[in-house]
Design a protein around this ligand. Structure first.
Ligand code: AMP
Length: 630
């Protein structure tokens, strides 16, 4: 197997000084190696350091803090040692479940999720009995602290998970209050996909000499690779995959999954569906792995289902397709993965399955690779059936081109005479025989129309998470909804017209009239002016124009570039807000003057990580939507 020169030594979980019981369960779950955020974070948290982890869902961040902090827990200590704050009930449950799973072999370990809307009595009973880890939403955690049912006196560590989401939801004052109640000597791990100013302030105030963990991104993708993504919805991933396999003309394919176990399971399922597939993971003996790669090279195997580690550096020219069945942990892995196709100047195809809760990873990939990935529709029933018919005819032609066994010709002639049945009917009966019990053509099922990219982008991310888990936001018990309504995102609202320090407000000539979405603006500015999206501040969309806050003193060249950029069919013609477009001086960093004549509806949004900005924007937009839903 030839390898990329870039591939470095792979750290394993057993290199990381984790408790033995954790290594045992990780092996059972089938995690092959630590994800990048885990590799960096676990040693630091084991040492007792405070950390700021810039990571989002999908990177393996839960295990990045859960594994070392479980390792550090003194199981004899019955008052909570660890408190994890999470923005939503769903995330709190998800994180608590992850703790429970990782601590399977830690005798006597207890974790308790606490969130608004659930019964106090059960939670209080559990807290009295003793729990090692509490995972909760800020409001309910505060209530328990006030009631005296949650004691933080023995707390050794605190995790703020999705801190920017807690800020966005108006929980940041509660978070700060809780931090104030914690003992002085405690470790803090703060995780946030973006780093808005308030989060930085909290980090500076409460964290002790924190180590910042950000995952470096590799951004070069080959332009001979066509990249598409399929938004996971309605159809099971395996069914979607088989449709894709039927419709795409592929030569060799590599399908990436997360765990060693999944490589085996998926390869088995594909084999059962008639594909020549084989698993490739780090547990398979080296000689067998080499055999699999050789089989793929020679065409004895068409599909290899692999983990990142096992497929590192794999260089097989015939791989025409890479399918990311599970999203990668980071953008760098994505780039590595899709680099397995498009080898030796050939064309390649990369397909990524993205569940609603993984949208942020899609934005991160698009941002890192500076490329928009096209949304694909699943091949329709008609397309699949046409393919099946073509394939069937090809098989007949192929067989006819080979020397037929004379016995069959004789037999059919004989049968025809004996039964006086036309040859075509006999052929049809044989085809039926060949097909076995399986249906030859798919029957048309009425299909819900797939959402457009824009609609999908605007769908709530945490709602997505709910849907994934089979619990809709609407299912949330009433009390939690009202708990939330008591905490409107006040600060966000106040800031509606304020300009953050160090920022200037610019006007762009595209607005609601042109159906522009905040994500389009962030995407265009981030990509065309090469401005990291975290520097793109508040965006307000009016009827015929919008405003966007950008760092003061934007270089002239950048502004000239931006003037010409097209968004939603309009040139941005960017100018300092409040100045005549023609007379404005690019680069002038004078403060904005507010636009008194604005008449349009305001939709204040502040995408702080942007990319295409969709997740953050969605967060902001949904402030209004949420208010309406209530
Ligand atoms: P998170 O970013 O914590 O939401 O994790 C995303 C998914 O990755 C979860 O389904 C985890 O079970 C999975 N995961 C976490 N760490 C690893 C790992 N080292 N290898 C494979 N899968 C992992």
């Amino acid at each position: 197997m030839s390898t990329d020169t870039s591939s470095d030594v792979q750290v394993t979980f057993s290199d990381l000084a984790l408790d033995k019981s954790l290594l045992k369960i990780l092996d059972e779950i089938g995690y092959e190696s630590p994800s990048p955020i885990q590799e960096k974070t676990i040693p630091l948290l084991l040492e007792g350091r405070d950390i700021i982890g810039q990571a989002q869902t999908g990177t393996g961040k839960t295990a990045a803090f859960a594994l070392p902090l479980i390792s550090n827990i003194d199981i004899k200590q019955k008052d909570p040692s660890l408190l994890v704050l999470a923005p939503t009930r769903e995330l709190a449950i998800q994180v608590a479940e992850a703790f429970q799973k990782y601590a399977t072999y830690m005798k006597g370990f207890h974790v308790l999720p606490v969130y608004g809307g659930s019964e106090y009595s059960g939670q209080i009973r559990s807290l009295k009995r003793g729990v090692h880890v509490v995972v909760g939403t800020p409001g309910r955690v505060m209530d328990h602290i006030r009631k005296g049912t949650l004691k933080l006196g023995n707390l050794t560590a605190l995790v703020l998970d999705e801190a920017d989401e807690m800020l966005r939801m108006g929980f940041i004052d509660d978070v700060e209050w809780i931090l104030e109640q914690a003992p002085d000597e405690r470790q803090i791990a703060l995780f946030s996909a973006t780093m808005p100013q308030q989060i930085r302030r909290i980090a500076t105030k409460y964290l002790n000499d924190p180590e910042q963990v950000t995952i470096k991104t590799k951004t070069t993708t080959v332009n001979t690779i066509r990249q598409r993504f399929w938004p996971v919805s309605g159809v099971h991933k395996l069914d979607a995959l088989t449709r894709i396999l039927e419709a795409e003309d592929f030569d060799g394919m590599i399908i990436f999954v997360r765990t060693k176990n999944s490589t085996e399971e998926l390869a088995e399922k594909l084999k059962a569906r008639g594909y020549s597939a084989a698993p490739l993971n780090g547990d398979i003996a080296q000689n067998k792995r080499e055999r699999t790669v050789n089989d793929l090279k020679r065409g004895n195997v068409d599909i290899v289902v692999a983990t990142d580690v096992a497929a590192r550096g794999l260089d097989v020219e015939r791989i025409s397709h890479v399918v990311n069945y599970d999203v990668p942990h980071d953008t760098e892995s994505y780039v590595h993965r899709i680099g397995r196709t498009g080898r030796a100047g050939r064309q390649g195809d990369a397909i990524l399955f993205v569940a609603p809760r993984e949208k942020r990873m899609l934005s991160a990939i698009e941002r890192a690779t500076r490329q928009k990935i096209d949304m694909m529709e699943l091949p329709s029933t008609e397309v699949i059936n046409d393919k099946r018919i073509d394939k069937f005819k090809d098989r007949i032609t192929d067989t006819l081109s080979k020397d037929a066994n004379p016995i069959f010709t004789q037999l059919i002639e004989q049968y025809q005479q004996e039964h006086n049945i036309p040859a075509v009917e006999i052929a049809a009966a044989l085809a039926q025989l060949l097909q076995g019990g399986n249906e030859f053509l798919l029957t048309n099922k009425p299909k819900r129309k797939q959402k457009s990219r824009e609609d999908w982008d605007q769908d709530g991310g945490s709602r997505g998470r709910d849907r994934d888990r089979g619990r809709g936001r609407e299912d949330r018990p009433r009390r939690e909804r009202s708990e939330r309504s008591e905490r409107p995102p006040r600060k966000e609202r106040q800031k509606d017209t304020e300009l953050d320090e160090g920022m200037s407000r610019y006007r762009i000539e595209v607005g609601h009239d042109h159906q522009v979405k905040p994500g389009n603006i962030v995407g265009a500015i981030a990509n065309e002016a090469d401005i990291e999206s975290r520097y793109i501040g508040r965006i307000s969309i009016y009827d015929d124009h919008s405003t966007v806050d950008l760092p003061e003193g934007m270089p002239k060249e950048l502004l000239y570039t931006l003037k010409k950029v097209w968004v939603s069919g309009q040139q941005l013609k960017i100018s300092l807000d409040g100045q005549d477009n023609k007379s404005q001086t690019p680069g002038d960093s004078s403060k904005h003057s507010s636009d008194k004549k604005k008449t349009g509806k305001r939709h204040p949004v502040m995408p702080s990580d942007g990319g295409r900005g969709n997740d953050d924007n969605r967060g902001k937009l949904s402030l209004k939507k949420r208010a309406r839903r209530r």
